[in-house]
Design a protein around this ligand. Structure first.
Ligand SMILES: [Zn+2]
Length: 282
């Protein structure tokens, strides 16, 4: 590779201009053959990569780049899934990523009618988040989950004692927050438990996690305007890879490697409904 920075930039620009203007994922490589500098996705590969070459925010890693690799996908879904999988697998130097979260947490609150339910804190080491109903999240830590529930309590005048976040006073009188109007008073008979819990459920509803809606793996078929198709293999909100044929897709099916937050976020937003072409693989 050329050492002269200007000819290096010219070589990079030539590579970018040769990219297809189609959906896919791009990888910027520097000297390392195993650790990319940056991974991104676009439905317009060439324009997106060329915009990096002009973008001051990208200048630092563009200057170190020697080679641009690309992988085409038929559409945006494949690009989103492949980008998330490659970023996780290759850990590029310059992608802004959240700290790797080992265990995810969620509040489990069943729709019990007996009035004794408490939100229960569960995590991915004990509970399969893809198949367990009544979960609300996602939280990166126990601390974050409790903080979110406390904020919800303040906003909706919920009782920390009833939520299990604070121990009841001896004699089970009103909690301190009831005396300053921040608890609706369920702890002292000021409202019924049912009224309190209805506010809790309404507040948690926005965080409800979707249970994987299929008995097993499904193939999500994506086509481009030329008729080229890929089958994206999905199980328990995990992306297991893509194949050109259904037979090859079935060969990719395996048990999900664990709850994956990135692919959950990509897939739970309605991609599997709304006319998506799905084929059961199991
Ligand atoms: Zn209270």
């Amino acid at each position: 590779m050329a050492e002269d920075p200007r000819s290096q930039a010219d070589a990079l620009r030539s590579q970018a201009e040769a990219l297809p203007e189609s959906p896919g994922v791009y990888l910027f490589w520097g000297r390392s053959a195993t650790l990319p500098l940056y991974i991104g996705k676009s439905i317009h590969l060439r324009s997106r990569v060329l915009s990096h070459l002009r973008d001051p925010d990208s200048a630092r890693w563009v200057a170190q780049s020697l080679r641009i690799e690309h992988r085409r996908t038929p559409g945006e879904v494949g690009a989103l899934l492949l980008e998330a999988a490659l970023v996780k697998q290759l850990q590029p130097l310059h992608n802004q990523r959240l700290r790797r979260v080992r265990h995810l947490h969620a509040w489990r609150l069943a729709n019990g009618a007996d009035g004794t339910d408490r939100p229960e804190l569960v995590d991915t080491t004990r509970v399969d988040f893809a198949t367990t109903p009544h979960l609300h999240g996602l939280f990166a830590s126990r601390h974050a989950a409790q903080g979110a529930l406390r904020a919800m309590a303040d906003e909706h005048r919920l009782c920390l004692q009833r939520l299990g976040l604070e121990r009841a006073w001896r004699g089970s009188g009103a909690c301190f927050r009831a005396s300053i109007g921040r608890c609706g008073g369920v702890c002292a008979g000021g409202e019924t438990p049912a009224a309190h819990d209805a506010r809790l459920r309404a507040a948690l509803a926005a965080l409800r996690l979707l249970v994987w809606p299929h008995p097993g793996a499904v193939g999500l078929i994506e086509r481009d305007e030329t008729g080229w198709q890929q089958v994206h293999v999905l199980r328990h909100w995990c992306y297991l890879g893509s194949a050109d044929t259904l037979d090859a897709a079935r060969a990719l099916d395996r048990s999900a490697p664990g709850f994956d937050m990135d692919s959950y976020r990509i897939l739970s937003g309605g991609l599997l409904r709304d006319g998506a072409e799905l084929v059961a693989l199991a």
